[in-house]
Write a protein that binds this ligand. Structure first.
Ligand code: PEP
Ligand code: MN
Length: 351
């Protein structure tokens, strides 16, 4: 990280960028009201820091000793002059703000009528953001892959319903893309793009998502450590996109016997991640447990642990959900969960 002096000129900044770029790194320039910081992205071994440090306009070179620098609290603190968390604003909804955000909707969009009804009911239940899968990452190729897999026209049609539902019920919308062409397509319709747990290691896709300029809901892989998760997020941040919402959704269970939950919700990861990064952290209790009867308890625990929000799968007729029926809850159960979580948030934050 190269910290420029307060009065560094544009020419001095450009000179440092051009000098550093000679050594095979990219420069991520953050221009603030007071400070400009040049973050180096790439293999820094050949960079002659001692020479850069004495260039005109340079105040200081600081090494950040983590594999995730751009999203680290340290980076933000130097840049902003104070340690603060990022608030991502999407169509009037604040993610990472004072109040937790509630993201809800069906696992998969099944029809226009299904989506519109769920959208209306989750809005009434208190949800802020609408989710709905169109390109589903399924374990079996024989399972329903989402309407998007049925053809280009079907994909656009489902995306247009999602956009319409969002406009109609005044909620930003999000869906997942599994590949780059899907990413281009969904970015035309949605407010937030999702990268699912299975694609957490797909670095080209992460960079691609970063370049859409849309906020990215980024889910932790079920086999990834927190450090790997944060390192992967850096691929999005390295494209100049810091609107990243980190989502804990459970890791693989251990041992030979029955685990009773689909994954193991790693709740300690929430406060641990918040110490490392200024990005908002949310929890998905639906995929983490795979059991509708556990979602309220895990939602409450996640909010108590400091999660900035929840992503929950909802269907008016849970058992009839085409995908993930066992974990879908009803809109009235969602209303009860949001109500409980609001109370817990108030207690834990002393508000
Ligand atoms: C999803 O959110 O629709 C999903 C498939 O979740 P995950 O990637 O966490 O399995
Ligand atoms: Mn699902």
């Amino acid at each position: 990280m190269i910290i420029m002096k307060k009065d560094a000129t544009q020419a001095e900044i450009a000179n440092v960028v051009s000098e550093a770029s000679k050594y095979g790194v990219r420069c991520d320039v953050s221009r603030g009201e007071v400070l400009t910081i040049i973050g180096l992205v790439g293999d820094e071994r050949r960079v002659p820091f001692a020479r850069l440090e004495v260039m005109p306009g340079v105040k200081e070179v600081r090494m950040i000793e983590t594999p995730y620098k751009l999203i680290s609290r340290e980076y933000n603190e130097v840049f902003r002059g104070k340690d603060e968390s990022r608030v991502i604003k999407v169509k009037g909804v604040e993610i990472g703000g004072i109040e937790p955000v509630y993201i809800a909707g069906p696992c998969a969009i099944e029809s226009r009528a299904q989506l519109m009804r769920i959208a209306e009911e989750v809005k009434c239940a208190g949800a802020h953001i609408l989710r709905g899968g169109i390109f589903k990452p399924r374990s079996s190729v024989h399972s329903f892959q989402g309407l998007g897999a049925q053809g280009a026209d079907e994909a656009r049609e489902a995306l247009s319903w999602l956009k319409e539902a969002g406009e109609c019920f005044e909620m930003p919308v999000l869906t997942e893309a599994r590949g780059e062409s899907q990413m281009d397509l969904i970015a035309e319709y949605v407010d937030i793009v999702q990268i699912g747990a299975r694609n957490m290691y797909e670095q080209d896709l992460l960079g691609y998502a970063g370049r859409t300029g849309k906020p990215v809901l980024f889910k932790r892989n079920f086999g990834a450590s927190v450090e790997e998760f944060l390192s992967s997020s850096e691929y999005v941040a390295a494209e100049g996109n810091r609107d990243i919402i980190l989502c804990e959704r459970g890791v693989l269970p251990v041992g030979k016997g029955k685990s009773f939950t689909r994954y193991t919700l790693d709740l300690a990861a929430v406060p641990a991640i918040k110490k490392e990064t200024y990005l908002p952290v949310i929890v998905d209790p639906s995929h983490a447990t795979g059991r509708r009867d556990l979602i309220k308890a895990m939602s409450a625990a996640a909010i108590a642990a400091g999660a900035g929000g929840l992503a929950i799968e909802v269907h008016y007729s849970p058992a009839e959900s085409w995908v993930d029926a066992q974990q879908a809850i009803t809109p009235s159960e969602l209303a009860d969960i949001i109500d409980t979580c609001r109370k817990i948030h108030k207690i834990t934050t002393g508000g």
